[in-house]
Design a protein around this ligand. Structure first.
Ligand code: UDP
Length: 246
């Protein structure tokens, strides 16, 4: 399979065409951004680590019959994926209050939620990715109501599977963001990535509220040791998934 033209360059990844119209290549970059790209930097080896973590998690989810766009890892920073039309909706699942939920509701950071909640954000950099509800999605024609229902169900089921995985890694899954795409047959596939860029993960065995952070909040809050935290997540996730699938 030959790598073709660059189709899209985002903040953390580049998408390339291939000689097969149904297959694309995602390249993971070391670039890191936060606060709608107002803060920019690089995290050493982030591309490799997020490619490896996403690969392991998508392989794990495949064993749970979650349909994803993942085909294969072809290089330390590159994955072959099914060509999909990405829905312009970021789906966030939360188990514990943090980030924008704390700002929006006043719930103290770290509050365990009675049950997981699902939120939708409009993927639109110019508008700063605002929170939207089902009515906004219908109004803007971002997805059908049947698709929205399916996104919610898939997100909650993925949350259960990821909690099971991260529990075994001694990591608490605080919240995370998913993106979904629609393939040529109209089927919804989990797409994009699942990594410390898109999840909040707290080390179970550390009580200090800053030292326990194992995700992009270390970059957002200038806490240092960002690459060390990502590497630790990679090592733990790979060990569990490899033992499971081999
Ligand atoms: N998130 C993401 N991309 C975004 C916004 C959020 O991956 O553009 C992830 C973020 O890392 C966290 C979850 O989604 O795990 C919830 O983020 P939140 O709404 O709290 O926003 P934040 O305060 O992180 O900007």
């Amino acid at each position: 399979m030959t790598i073709g033209e660059k189709l899209y360059e985002g903040k953390a990844k580049i998408l390339y065409a291939t000689d097969n119209p149904d297959v694309l290549i995602t390249h993971f970059k070391d670039d890191a951004t936060a606060f709608n790209a107002q803060k920019k930097g690089q995290i050493e080896h982030k591309g490799e680590m997020n490619c490896a973590i996403t690969t392991a998690i998508f392989q794990f989810l495949a064993t749970k019959n979650v349909p994803t766009h993942f085909i294969a890892q072809i290089d330390p920073t590159q994955m072959q994926v099914v060509a999909v039309q990405i829905l312009p909706i970021e789906v966030v699942v939360r188990n514990i209050a943090a980030g924008s939920l704390v700002k929006r509701t006043g719930l103290p950071l770290g509050t365990s939620l009675k049950q997981p909640i699902v939120e939708f954000f409009y993927k639109n950099d110019d508008l700063g990715d605002p929170l939207i509800n089902n009515d906004h999605i219908e109004l803007l024609n971002l997805a059908t109501s049947a698709q929205v229902q399916q996104l919610r169900q898939m997100a909650l089921s993925i949350n259960q599977h990821l909690q099971e995985l991260f529990d075994q890694c001694r990591l608490t899954l605080v919240d995370f963001k998913l993106e979904f795409g629609v393939d040529r047959q109209g089927k919804i596939l989990l797409s994009d990535e699942i990594s410390p860029d898109t999840c909040r993960l707290w080390d179970r065995d550390i009580t200090d509220t800053q030292a326990r952070i194992m995700d992009k909040d270390r970059f957002r809050q200038d806490l240092g040791k960002v690459d060390t935290a990502y590497r630790e997540v990679m090592t733990r996730v790979q060990a569990i998934v490899l033992a499971m699938i081999s």
